[in-house]
Write a protein that binds this ligand. Structure first.
Ligand SMILES: Cc1ncc(COP(=O)(O)O)c(C=O)c1O
Length: 346
């Protein structure tokens, strides 16, 4: 067993609030947010609306809820949602598009979570009563299962043209939009201008303990407010957690570049190790996937051996592991992790 604190690379959701963030939370002004009375939440919502270039924003408990209230507000039961086959809304939200909104998913292929406008055009259903009605396109940026991949603004703009041709809405699952923005040098609004609704998370790389937001027109956010209540997401003196999100927006955005550098360093070192397959050039932000050769073990057995060395990663397939860098992992931790992986694979 390692004698120092574990290096937890399972996800960027594992970050813990720093003493300064806790201080901001402890002193936050609060009120009953179901009545709209929480000044800290109101400040956060205004801040997010302006950051994302939208009329209004709403604080919600999680990224999954942000996506699902956006879906519910912009679809009818029997509608179809166009999304990538590796998308978070499809794999990791407990079947919610069907369960909560009565929608089917039309899943597209594409390298590392990214599809193109032609694929969308081909997937739009004819307006014949045999078919589900295409209603909403969901883009995930960065793309989690795509390895933290970044969409180009141009690809999104081309998809918006198809959406306009067919009167479809567009939702951005921007759980890690700030990672995309920092890594690409593009302002968040360069991406968000093409979307009717946008979600973003504070509890991933930004390091807040809880919470996400969804932004859109004032009218859409009013509708979403109702569905947030329906789905059980109305919170009371939640300014105490929203203060962590405000702190994160103030202090933890630019530093995402450190996480990206750490992920690239890790990927480059992994590529040098025998028994590991990874394309380091595809690592653009803070998420990386790699495969271990079967003669070295399985994804699970390697994850277990690494854990004994104090390095925590997720086995996410028979041979596949995931590592995610974040603000509680330093450059020195990455060097320790690389040394541990080397020992395990020997
Ligand atoms: C791309 C993406 N969207 C949405 C979510 C959901 O966030 P939450 O875990 O807060 O529900 C995640 C979580 O990891 C994610 O990676």
């Amino acid at each position: 067993m390692a004698d120092t604190a574990p290096i937890d690379l399972r996800s960027d959701t594992v970050t813990k609030p720093s003493p300064a963030m806790r201080q901001a939370m402890a002193t936050a002004e609060v009120g009953d947010d179901v009545f709209g009375d929480d000044p800290t939440i109101n400040r956060l919502q205004e801040r997010v609306a302006s950051l994302l270039g939208k009329e209004a924003a709403l604080y919600v408990p999680s990224g999954s809820m942000a996506n699902q209230v956006s879906i519910r507000a912009q679809t009818q039961p029997g509608d179809e949602i166009i999304a990538h086959q590796d998308s978070h809304i499809y794999h990791y939200e407990a079947g919610a598009p069907a369960g909560l909104s009565g929608c089917s998913l039309r899943l597209l292929q594409g390298d590392r979570g990214i599809y193109d406008a032609d694929a969308v055009r081909a997937a739009v259903r004819p307006t014949d009563s045999h078919f589900a009605q295409s209603a909403l396109i969901v883009v995930e940026n960065t793309h989690n299962r795509g390895g933290g991949s970044i969409w180009s603004v141009e690809a999104i703009a081309a998809i918006r043209d198809v959406a306009n041709e067919h009167k479809l809405k567009m939702h951005l699952d921007g759980a890690r939009l700030m990672n995309a923005s920092v890594a690409s040098g593009r302002k968040p609004t360069e991406y968000t201008q093409y979307f009717d609704t946008v979600s973003m998370c504070f509890s991933k790389g930004l390091g807040a303990p809880v919470g996400s937001a969804v932004a859109g027109t004032a009218e859409t956010i009013r509708r979403i407010h109702r569905f947030r209540k329906m789905f059980g997401g109305g919170m009371r003196q939640a300014g105490i957690i929203a203060a962590g999100a405000l702190y994160a927006l103030e202090h933890n955005v630019e530093r995402l570049a450190d996480d990206h550098a750490n992920a690239k360093r890790l990927a480059a070192a992994l590529a040098e190790l025998p028994g590991i397959s990874i394309e380091p050039d595809t690592v653009e932000t803070n998420i990386l996937y790699f495969d271990v050769d079967p003669e070295r073990g399985t994804g699970q057995s390697v994850a277990e051996s690494l854990r004994e060395q104090g390095v925590w990663m997720l086995a996410i397939g028979p041979q596949r592991l995931r590592a995610v860098t974040h603000l509680d992992v330093s450059a020195e931790d990455i060097e320790r992790a690389i040394a541990a992986i080397g020992r395990v694979l020997k």
